[in-house]
Design a protein around this ligand. Structure first.
Ligand SMILES: *Cc1c(COP(=O)(O)O)cnc(C)c1O
Length: 342
């Protein structure tokens, strides 16, 4: 399989837009920048940001042992996912595969870009049905979300591996929740699979949903294709600063992850005492999916008690299911007490 054969023809022909700040970086001291029509009075934000976010990428590269050329950053992983769809899928012609119940954004992005979505439902154990997926012909992209949202489980390593070796297109592995899982990221095996794109985010474990920073890891070939279509200043300076600051204090991130995982176990134990909850699904993420007697009723009752959760009852295979994010100890206690009271 050739990656280039999967790329849209107009994208193949593009040259990346070269911005003023692409050519000279401010790292060279005493340079005078009169090239970009910026306001010259220094505020820390008066200059355009680095379009390649080099410092941030170098830090991620060091932490994750991946060369910077295999990294692309975006305005949340949602931007990264959109770039992937737009690079590979021709509107009104191409199709993607999504495995419901899963993250709704794959479908939304496909709809916006006029791309057909072939849905191959997960099994009753919420695992990919590998043979059925491989039977779909001519799909450009397969979206795998592991740990999966909203189910919370991880896909079997063997299923992911078989799909990576046999699917004749791009495999996007969305690892938004990987930090809460006991399974390892596929990042260490990136080199083995030229069609693999791994997405991660600062929005969940890294506690920075507000800055919008998503990460894409892939072969240099795929990264250079995505670089051609991203807007030049897609990650702003404040975001680059905050992301870097967080990476420079990883111990804080790890200790929060540890607390959230401990709270998750505590929450699950407490949920077992609620009589209208008939099933608690295993979770490798920072949320728990539960099956209740009447999801619409329980959702409404919680809202009336000022607790907002996610009602997933209309999703494929999730009848009467609610998705509960793991909060602070006090928030989880309030949730449990309210569930007991209703
Ligand atoms: C929350 C989430 C994301 C994160 O998206 P951002 O745009 O980075 O905030 C990505 N994928 C899944 C499955 C998610 O649940």
């Amino acid at each position: 399989m050739s990656i280039l054969d999967l790329v849209r023809n107009n994208v193949k022909a593009l040259k990346p837009y070269s911005s003023a700040r692409d050519e000279y970086q401010e790292s060279v001291s005493n340079m005078v920048f009169l090239d970009a029509n910026e306001n010259p009075f220094e505020s820390g934000l008066n200059r355009y940001p680095d379009p390649q976010q080099s410092i941030l990428k170098q830090e991620l590269a060091k932490i994750n042992k991946v060369p910077t050329q295999n990294i692309l950053l975006g305005n949340g992983s949602d931007e990264v996912l959109d770039l992937i769809v737009r690079a590979f899928c021709e509107p009104n012609i191409d199709k993607i595969i999504s495995l419901p119940p899963t993250y709704g954004m794959y479908q939304v992005l496909a709809n916006i870009n006029a791309i057909e979505v072939v849905e191959v439902p997960l099994s009753s154990a919420f695992q990919p049905q590998v043979d059925q997926i491989l039977e779909v012909s001519n799909a450009k992209i397969l979206f795998l979300c592991s740990p999966n949202n909203p189910t919370g489980n991880s896909f079997k390593q063997s299923a992911i591996e078989e799909l990576l070796s046999k699917f004749q297109g791009i495999v996007v592995l969305d690892e938004a929740y990987i930090d809460f899982s006991d399974q390892e990221s596929w990042l260490s095996r990136l080199e083995e699979f030229p069609n693999l794109i791994i997405t991660q985010t600062f929005s969940k474990a890294y506690g920075l949903a507000g800055i919008r920073l998503g990460i894409c890891y892939a072969s240099t070939e795929i990264i250079s294709i995505l670089n051609k279509i991203k807007s030049p200043y897609n990650v702003n300076q404040l975001t680059q600063n905050s992301g870097l600051e967080r990476l420079n204090n990883l111990q804080a991130v790890y200790s929060e992850i540890k607390l959230i995982k401990a709270e998750r176990e505590q929450l699950i134990n407490q949920l077992k005492t609620i009589d209208f909850i008939s099933k608690i699904y295993n979770s490798d993420a920072n949320f728990v999916l539960v099956k209740v007697d009447d999801a619409n009723l329980r959702y409404k009752q919680l809202t009336e008690n000022n607790i907002v959760i996610r009602n997933r009852t209309n999703q494929f295979g999730c009848e009467n299911c609610l998705r509960l994010t793991v909060g602070t100890q006090a928030e989880n206690l309030k949730l449990i007490n309210t569930l007991k009271a209703i």
